[in-house]
Design a protein around this ligand. Structure first.
Ligand code: BGC
Length: 731
């Protein structure tokens, strides 16, 4: 009897608690749950909810928050009495990163963001996101600061490897897939860096200037597409100013564009050190100060309390900040699926996923005389340069993932921020040896070009690895390969015409030796299984199918800014970067100016060939759809990326044509597939700032079905479009 009573009392207590903590009821909507939780919070709890702490020690100024995960990016206190967990934040887009540390967490790194984008494969981007999100969860993180989609306006930008190239459609769609994959783990992803944060030089002080319409058709469009398709739980505002105002206190950017025009429901956090005010920021739409130790002050601590008390920031604004964070937590499953450190990670399986990403993203730029794939009969192979005997290069900065097995080439400067210079221990040389069992495969470090040329002279094939290390806070000083590597490639290619160059670079580089090298493979920063991936592509175990997500210029003089603005040695003097090219970014600029690049956007060769036929258009309810047939006309299985571009015959756009869609199709020799692609109407119109509408002009538009943006043999048809006006979201 006593037992029964105790049980009944316990049950009653539990249901009373459940009634009190109604926000934990999974059957309610995220909005309702956030509202209920908000109402239960005290003012002090609310204030703590919008103040982020750095997850690592900060110089000798501050010790990390005791509850933060070691050497992590950030931490926000939870409210345990209400069953609301803390937020544990980790970088970033390539995998679970660690802040500078002697005891980093060692995890799987995807190939660079540009490599993933170069795959043009939506499913692959999703899988990569799902994999790194799973590692984040298993490591105890519920916020992943991943979702970088800044457009590649500046090929020297030190963070291009974290992003997704120069085209807003391609970048928006591919990063959206990654974000969906990450969030499938019931954690929050972060679209960043909002916005127009397109170079690292002077990032804390520069003022990016661009008009609203151009911005909406380029940089902002990439963010808008990502937001619509993936609904990231959070957005990170950037360091720079936009048209005079810091991004994190920019009413236009946060309140008007993101929250009002686009209807964003998640929360805006600052980049680390990007908060500059309390009242302006809060009222401009900022919801959470991150890693406050990087800022001059705890702007969202006591200062915010005071600002609310004296009415400079309405209580309703503070409530909305908290509501947005809560809503994202309920919506993405953070509250219902608590994270814990020490989860199981299957590195073998994740290594395969990373390798698949690297393989799909590699771009075969040149293949004269079918020097690739390497023939089984090659007796002597000489591998040269870039530490290809032991590993593959990674980019520097907060996104750096420390690999299982440690740095293959420790000690290269800079060894501290934005270093260490990291080589993932996946040896191309060993992987090549494994695929060429009968051959002599030797390595030469390439430091002395003449000696390397001598070693290469009588080889059946020479593989020269060339590299460019850049990182966050550190743009490339030029697009030329550093450390005399151009001389190395030229000397080797002169000594042996069967020279193949493998590039491990963040993004575009110049290639003065392009005519001498028989083959060129762009391998980007290929991630923790990169060595194996490179070897498998070189030997034809994998047929390359990557296509450039960025134009490779023939010289820096072709760029909108031949010289990078700002002074890398002076990060404090404010200056302006005038994006005078507007929305004509990348191939659009090259088209507009009639410039011939070294390699065009969309370019990528295969070990087979593809032909297109039957391009046709249909229009239903104003929606343009295009269909066509792709055929593998070669002798081996392969994947193609047919690209659709639209060029107006009369209407005035920022440039002669825009990418309007693509697909990636795998075909056996002789096989054909029918493909159909529908076009987002915003890509057919021009943004009008005054009315905040997209306007499609009546008239003829040429649709091109092309292998790349400079394809002179592209199939084409002309479609007639009616005049249409669409709202700010293209509806
Ligand atoms: C970077 C962000 C990163 C943050 C936290 C900043 O330096 O710009 O991308 O998420 O640090 O590590």
């Amino acid at each position: 009897m006593k037992l029964k009573l105790a049980l009944a009392l316990a049950l009653a207590a539990m249901s009373a608690q459940a009634a009190e903590q109604a926000w934990l009821d999974k059957s309610l909507s995220a909005d309702k749950r956030a509202e209920l939780a908000l109402n239960a919070m005290t003012q002090q709890e609310k204030l703590r909810w919008v103040l982020g702490h750095f997850g690592s020690d900060f110089g000798n100024k501050t010790r990390k928050h005791p509850a933060a995960l070691p050497f992590s990016a950030g931490y926000i206190e939870g409210v345990p009495r209400l069953g609301l967990p803390a937020l544990f934040e980790t970088d970033a887009g390539l995998g679970v990163a660690t802040q500078a540390s002697k005891t980093p967490r060692e995890r799987t790194s995807l190939p660079s963001g540009l490599a993933t984008t170069a795959s043009w494969d939506r499913a692959l981007a999703y899988k990569g996101g799902a994999m790194i999100g799973a590692e984040a969860r298993a490591s105890g993180f519920n916020v992943m600061l991943a979702g970088g989609v800044n457009l590649l306006r500046e090929p020297r930008n030190g963070r291009n490897f974290e992003y997704a190239g120069e085209d807003p459609l391609l970048a928006g769609v591919m990063v959206a897939e990654q974000v969906k994959g990450i969030q499938s783990n019931h954690i929050i992803a972060t679209m960043k860096h909002f916005a127009v944060n397109n170079q690292e030089t002077g990032r804390f002080v520069l003022d990016a200037r661009i008009d609203d319409a151009s911005n909406r058709m380029s940089d902002l469009l990439a963010f808008q597409l990502l937001m619509e398709q993936a609904d990231p739980g959070s957005v990170m505002c950037s360091y720079n100013r936009l048209n005079g105002v810091y991004a994190c206190e920019n009413d236009y950017l946060l309140n008007q564009v993101l929250k009002n025009d686009w209807g964003y429901k998640g929360y805006v956090m600052t980049d680390w050190g990007a908060t500059h005010s309390t009242v302006e920021s809060a009222n401009a739409g900022l919801d959470q100060q991150s890693g406050w130790e990087f800022d001059k002050s705890q702007y969202f601590g006591g200062a915010l309390e005071e600002a609310v008390a004296n009415g400079h920031v309405p209580q309703a604004r503070l409530d909305n900040m908290v509501f947005r964070v809560l809503r994202a937590m309920f919506d993405k499953g953070v509250v219902d699926n608590p994270v814990a450190e020490g989860g199981n990670i299957d590195y073998a399986v994740h290594g395969q996923a990373s390798r698949a990403g690297a393989e799909e993203g590699m771009v075969l730029l040149k293949n004269a005389g079918n020097v690739l794939p390497l023939k089984a009969g090659a007796k002597k192979i000489v591998v040269i340069g870039a530490h290809a005997d032991v590993g593959v290069l990674a980019g520097g900065g907060s996104s750096l993932v420390y690999p299982v097995g440690g740095n293959a080439v420790p000690g290269i400067a800079p060894t501290s921020w934005p270093g260490p210079v990291m080589y993932h221990p996946s040896s191309p040389l060993k992987a090549i040896q494994a695929l060429a069992p009968g051959a002599s495969v030797s390595y030469h470090d390439g430091k002395d070009p003449a000696a390397a040329a001598r070693a290469a002279a009588d080889a059946d094939v020479v593989l020269v690895f060339a590299q460019q290390w850049v990182g966050e806070a550190l743009d490339a000083v030029s697009l030329s390969l550093p450390d005399n590597q151009d001389a190395l490639v030229a000397a080797v290619a002169k000594a042996n015409p069967k020279t193949v160059v493998v590039l491990e670079t963040s993004g575009p580089v110049l290639m003065p030796w392009v005519d001498q090298a028989a083959g060129i493979l762009q391998a980007w920063y290929p991630g923790t299984s990169g060595g194996e991936a490179i070897a498998r592509v070189l030997f034809g175990e994998v047929n390359p199918s990557g296509h450039l997500p960025a134009t490779f210029p023939a010289s820096e003089s072709q760029l909108p800014r031949p010289k990078l603005d700002g002074d890398p040695k002076n990060d404090t003097a404010r200056f302006t970067v005038n994006y005078h090219e507007g929305a004509a970014v990348g191939y659009k600029w090259f088209d507009l100016k009639g410039l011939k690049p070294l390699f065009p956007f969309g370019h990528g060769l295969s070990y087979t060939q593809f032909a297109y036929s039957g391009l046709a258009a249909t229009q239903k309810d104003g929606k343009l759809s295009l269909s066509f047939k792709v055929t593998n006309t070669g002798a081996v299985k392969g994947k193609d990326v047919p690209q659709l571009y639209v060029a107006p015959l009369n209407a005035q756009w920022e440039a002669p044509k825009r990418l309007a869609g693509w697909d990636k199709v795998e075909l056996a020799p002789g096989e054909s597939k029918q493909v159909s692609v529908s076009v987002d109407p915003r890509l057919l119109g021009v943004f009008d700032s005054k009315s905040k509408t997209w306007r499609i002009a009546k008239g003829g538009y040429k649709v091109l079905l092309a292998h790349d943006a400079a394809d002179t043999k592209a199939a084409s048809i002309t479609v007639q479009l009616q005049q249409r006006t669409l709202n700010v979201n293209g509806k």
